[in-house]
Design a protein around this ligand. Structure first.
Ligand code: SF4
Length: 251
């Protein structure tokens, strides 16, 4: 049996960004990603002391951290989440890394099926670059929060944009949306790339969020991102967890 590699399970906390911002949620973060997004320029050191650069979730991306990931079945995850659940039905957010790397994994499907069929709202946070099938009813009830990567990630275009997967998710699920983190310097190029992308897709909500690891940086970028949202008919979304906790992990 192929197991899930779980980087962390934490909560209850609030969903800090996207359509369900502010909603009490428990997060399940899976290890592994098909990208590195070196353009996001977060410097870090691997457990063996090698200096590298990736995104702020590097500890769930770089296989150098895999000894810190726990191999679990769906039942193991469900049991751990249960310990954290409050006395109401809380949302479940599956994030990474890139969770869709596990799409063909039976344990991953068992996990999704369990939560959807027990009436939890499930969000998958994904870069949406991988091919998936959405043939099961429970799969169509998942909310996909699609952080499609733009050129500032420094990933190649062919790898980061998967029109088939995006179209399938938009057409076959209810309310799935695109979100982009933008800073002032990249906003013109971002605007161009988002327009080119959405022109190839069915109608979909677009959320723009300000880049930054601290409340100060978020403040500095937010006005430009609000203006960009207004100009294009996109939705501005804050990054509440960073405003409140900066980039502290596990809250
Ligand atoms: S796709 Fe997301 S998790 Fe993966 S490297 Fe890029 S920003 Fe990080």
């Amino acid at each position: 049996m192929s197991l899930l590699e779980v980087n962390e399970i934490f909560g209850p906390t609030i969903q800090g960004e996207g359509k369900l911002v502010g909603t009490p949620s428990i997060f399940i973060r899976l290890g592994k990603c098909n990208f590195r997004c070196e353009g996001f320029s977060v410097e870090y050191e691997t457990p063996s002391g090698i200096k590298k650069c990736s995104c702020d979730s590097y500890y769930a991306v770089d296989m150098a951290f895999k000894d810190q990931w726990q191999k679990m079945t769906a039942q193991d995850v469900i049991k751990d989440v249960l310990q954290l659940e409050p006395n109401y039905k809380i949302d479940i957010v599956i994030t990474g890394g890139e969770p869709l790397l596990y799409w063909k994994n039976e344990e991953f499907q068992n996990l999704l099926k369990h939560y959807v069929e027990n009436n939890y709202k499930v969000t998958i946070e994904t870069n949406s670059s991988l091919n998936i099938d959405l043939s099961e009813t429970y799969q169509k009830q998942i909310l996909f929060s699609m952080s499609v990567k733009l050129s500032n990630s420094l990933e190649p275009l062919k790898k980061r944009i998967n029109i088939n997967t995006l179209t399938k998710i938009i057409n076959e699920t209810d309310g799935s949306y695109l979100k982009f983190v933008i800073d002032e310097d990249f906003k013109e190029q971002a605007s161009k790339e988002i327009k080119e992308l959405t022109a190839q897709l069915p109608k979909v909500d677009v959320y723009l969020m300000p880049m930054g690891d601290t409340a100060k940086q978020i403040n500095e970028n937010s006005e430009a991102v609000i203006n960009l949202s207004i100009e294009n008919g996109y939705k501005y979304c804050d990054r509440l967890h960073i405003r409140v906790w900066d980039n502290k992990r596990g809250v």
